[in-house]
Design a protein around this ligand. Sequence first.
Ligand SMILES: Nc1nc2c(ncn2[C@@H]2O[C@H](COP(=O)(O)OP(=O)(O)OP(=O)(O)O)[C@@H](O)[C@H]2O)c(=O)[nH]1
Ligand SMILES: [Mg+2]
Length: 368
Amino acid sequence: MVCGTGNKKNVDDDDKLYTEKFNQTSKLLLLGTGESGKTTIIKQMKILHINGFTDQERQEKIPFIKQNIHESIYDIAYNMDKIDPPMEISTEETKKICREYFDHVKIAWADEGIQETYERSNEYQLIDSAAHFLNRIDEIRKPDYIPTTLDILFCRTMTISISKIEFEVPIPKKFGGGIAEFWMYDVGGQRGQRKKWIQVFDGIQAILFLIAASDFDQTLREDENVNRLKEAFSLFTDIYRSKFVRDAGLIVFLNKQDLLKKKIEQGRRIEKYFPEYADYRPTDRDGKFESEYDKARYFIRQNILDIASVPVMVEHIGFAPGKNIHEQLPPRNVYIHFTIATDTENIRKVFESVQEIILKNILEVALY
Ligand SMILES: Nc1nc2c(ncn2[C@@H]2O[C@H](COP(=O)(O)OP(=O)(O)OP(=O)(O)O)[C@@H](O)[C@H]2O)c(=O)[nH]1
Ligand SMILES: [Mg+2]
């Protein structure tokens, strides 16, 4: 821990206090692939359980928001002639975007070819907040612009370090009242970031594992040959089987439900990437789904339940050669939620139930 006094006694006292605090606090760790929504959950905790964002914090976000706009229009324009079949700039004026970039972004964004290329952004890499900010250029370019809470939730910056947020939540009366203290850790989810995760595995009560459910038709930024949702499933398998976090509860957020619903309603087909989807049927509800979206979200959920149903074997070293003992661990409990991390009300409700799970300390497979 960090201590500035250099005085031995104080260091020891502080260490003791830190250890006491560490032991009293529920530690939650956000894990998941890049862009799954981990940092957005941290922002929601700040909104729900701390003080939200001050004017100064909002102002500090402006350069990042402008960078999001810049990156979005650039990536769309750059990929116009690279997607198959390629698109063309429709209006003459859009060609000026290289010279007077920011002034012309609005014209570019209204361009038909740009719009169609945007609609096909699963074929290349584009941040999810592109449309949110490109639709708000008139506001954002004003000299007195102050980002709204939603702008902050949509602002995308890749996480490359480990951070922690501390907050307190009142314990409901039915659990005896009082205050529960939480520490929530955020890490970077891209492949190059994951080797740092082990630093925060110690003493974690529950892992909140985020999966962007809308990722089914996208490829990784780090490797465009790999499907994003398949990467999320394989990463979840690693965590589920990892000996370093065997005691932690597992809570899965099937996130970006708004984007999943939009894609399915636009006619994007999951079976193109997961052929087994075509034959997927619910085991209850008379084998019927309410909608194609309903089928999609339950299919993704089923994949998680399937991973969690495979037994984990551990090997204990025996006293003599060939005498190692193989033990099958009891199944890990997994709680699954459908979430929209950018929606504060949704996360308020989901976090209430996460808090209950942790307080009751019963993590079991949630059927609904
Ligand atoms: N529409 C929508 N956007 C979301 C949702 N959750 C997150 N986003 C957006 O997705 C982008 C990525 O979210 P982050 O929270 O930065 O993802 P991350 O998991 O922290 O990513 P890394 O730091 O790279 O590991 C941001 O622009 C968010 O605003 C969601 O449920 N719906
Ligand atoms: Mg992040």
